[in-house]
Design a protein around this ligand. Structure first.
Ligand SMILES: Cc1cc2nc3c(=O)[nH]c(=O)nc-3n(C[C@H](O)[C@H](O)[C@H](O)COP(=O)(O)O)c2cc1C
Length: 185
């Protein structure tokens, strides 16, 4: 038996990421309405309310960085999603270091294991949020986060996930793409 509820943002889990944005005085905003939307060219979407301080910074610069936090950075993620860069220097408050990106002018967060350097290609007004599409021009990954195939290894670096207002640590390996073979007709 299922219960029918009104339409809502029920998709779960979603990532919880920290976006660095802005050129002169860069800021950090936590976002959960984030997703991969195209493989070639690689692109991500982010949903940002127009009233956010970061909205104007992303719009003006035409670029942003998606920084993937480790699970143990959850308090920083929560903080950067609760205060505004209008009033606070979140870099200083959290002890985070801006580091140069390779393809864009917006700095990435040095303490996060992965950073996607994005250039805005489209902006779409959806209602409460504006959707920015960002082409991923480069990805910076900490060397120690990579496995022997040079891929991000979640076992080494547990990432953060978000569902229904709660944060979770990604970690248990269940299988690999294609493992269904031999299990179903
Ligand atoms: C886990 C989490 C996820 C969030 N996701 C979004 C989001 O997807 N879009 C958005 O506009 N705000 C989101 N927020 C709220 C902003 O991060 C928050 O309003 C922030 O303080 C805005 O910062 P700014 O004023 O410096 O831009 C989220 C907050 C948290 C804690």
């Amino acid at each position: 038996m299922k219960v029918t509820k009104p339409g809502s943002t029920a998709l779960a889990p979603v990532p919880a990421v920290m976006i660095s944005c802005g050129l002169e005085n860069p800021n950090i905003i936590t976002l959960a309405w984030v997703g991969t939307v195209c493989s070639d060219p690689p692109a991500v979407s982010i949903g940002v309310r127009p009233e956010r301080y970061s909205h104007g910074l992303i719009d003006e610069a035409g670029e942003f960085v998606v920084n993937l936090p480790r699970a143990d950075q959850v308090d920083i993620v929560d903080y950067c999603g609760s205060v505004s860069g209008r009033n606070v220097d979140k870099w200083a408050a959290c002890g985070l270091t801006p580091a140069p990106a390779s393809k864009i002018r917006t700095p990435l967060i040095a303490e996060c294991p992965v950073a996607l350097e994005c250039r805005v290609t489209q902006r779409l007004a959806l209602g409460s949020h504006d959707l920015f599409i960002g082409e991923v021009l480069a990805v910076q990954i900490d060397e120690e986060s990579l496995n022997e195939h040079s891929q991000l290894d979640i076992q080494r670096v547990p990432l953060l996930s978000y569902a229904g207002g709660y944060y979770y640590q990604l970690g248990d390996l269940l299988g690999r793409f294609g493992d269904w073979r031999g299990k179903f007709a």
